[in-house]
Design a protein around this ligand. Structure first.
Ligand SMILES: Nc1nc2c(ncn2[C@@H]2O[C@H](COP(=O)(O)OP(=O)(O)OP(=O)(O)O)[C@@H](O)[C@H]2O)c(=O)[nH]1
Length: 359
């Protein structure tokens, strides 16, 4: 899938860079171009991307300090500047635009839903969001911001792919130190989803193509992406279990939103040397995924790769009923309650409708 990426806020810019670099290093060419937007000049400086600094008249390049209402206002005011910078990048080749943001801060949290809405007005191609959920140890403000932002994003975007900052976090590792590893893991998953749609010409009929990725994401709502790989034998007959366990691991331990296995639609791509991929294994894995997700809409195909490993790439869409999302929303609701206790005058914190909505 030929895609243009738009990173919003600090985390958005960093993850966008990681995805663009993964794609370039692997030579897939699925990322057509990328742009980073922020209210903080210092966060844009290190990025090897074209950048747009917004809200200068309001915050003078210093960021919005976690105030996502201000993040949304500023983005509303300066959306035209962002759209103008993005326009030459969204060429006729583009099949989707991805807006990438951390949902717990201010700029990305408030700004991403505004940009998704505006982009959806302008472009016919799908506009997807990639949203980073704060880890459970992050403070109240992050949870509240993410709860609100997620709700709006899910409404505005064609689908919202979620990355939980608690996914793949090894115990004792600091959040800061872990970002690079988390970003790399997520970049690989997103990069492969984009590349999986870039079917390699002339290789087999069962190759996954872009329309299958788009049709899977048509389930809308929230989505998650998983990956796992294992060494493969040369004889495909010996790789039945290799394929099935790679798919299982991608879902059970390799998902960007852990435990989000209750889905409306799924796509499973078995990546590797086409001569090594076990058809029987792929078929079994697909059946297993159908049972595991409770979805009858499980698409499948190959992703030819020159490798002596077999990998599974799984995209799950419509995962909002899953335990993990419920747990996060409960955290966000609790955070709203805590904030309300700290600020007993509800008008000073949020408007009542919004609280009721979230509760
Ligand atoms: N996965 C990941 N999460 C990050 C990274 N940097 C920050 N975060 C998370 O993103 C949230 C904070 O969002 P930021 O992107 O830093 O904030 P911002 O959108 O720039 O907004 P302001 O700084 O308030 O202007 C928190 O939940 C962090 O844990 C990163 O590189 N990777």
């Amino acid at each position: 899938m030929k895609a243009v990426l738009l990173g919003v806020g600090q985390a958005g810019g960093k993850l966008t860079t990681a995805i663009a670099e993964f794609d370039a290093d692997a030579g897939y060419g699925a990322v057509l171009d990328a742009l980073a937007v922020n209210t903080a000049a210092a966060d844009l400086d290190p990025l090897p991307l074209e950048t747009v600094l917004v809200g200068q008249s309001r915050v003078n390049g210093h960021g919005v300090g976690g105030d996502n209402e201000l993040g949304a206002e500023v983005m509303d005011e300066d959306a035209v500047e962002v759209l103008d910078a993005l326009a030459p990048k969204v060429t006729a080749e583009a099949e989707a635009v991805f807006v990438v943001a951390g949902l717990g801060g201010g700029t990305g949290s408030g700004g991403a839903p505004v940009l998704v809405r505006e982009l959806n007005r302008v472009y016919d191609v799908p506009v997807y969001a990639i949203g980073i959920l704060p880890g459970r140890d992050e403070g109240t403000m992050y949870q509240v911001n993410a709860g609100r932002s997620l709700k709006t994003l899910v409404r505005e975007a064609d689908a919202t792919i979620l990355l939980d900052n608690d996914a793949w976090r090894s115990s004792g590792e600091s959040m800061e130190g872990g970002y690079e590893a988390i970003n790399a893991s997520m970049a690989k998953r997103i990069g492969l989803i984009l590349a999986a749609g870039e079917a390699v010409e002339g290789v087999g009929e069962s190759v996954v193509d872009t329309s299958e990725v788009i049709n899977t994401l048509r389930a809308g709502g929230m989505a998650a992406v998983g990956f796992a790989s294992a060494p493969a034998a040369e004889d495909p007959e010996e790789n039945v279990t290799t394929v099935t366990s790679a798919v299982r691991s991608a879902v059970m331990t390799g998902l960007s939103l852990p435990n989000a296995t209750d889905a409306d639609a799924a796509l499973v791509a078995v990546a590797g040397d086409p001569d090594r991929i076990s058809r029987k294994g792929a078929e079994k894995a697909r059946k297993w995924l159908q049972e595991e997700t409770g979805s009858m809409q499980v698409r499948g195909g190959d992703f030819p790769l020159d490798s002596d490993r077999i990998a599974a790439l799984v995209l799950l869409a419509g995962v909002e009923r899953s335990q993990r999302v419920e747990a996060f929303l409960e955290r966000a609701r609790q955070a709203v309650r805590d904030e309300r206790e700290e600020k007993p005058d509800p008008a000073a914190a949020f408007d009542n409708d919004e609280i009721d909505d979230l509760l």
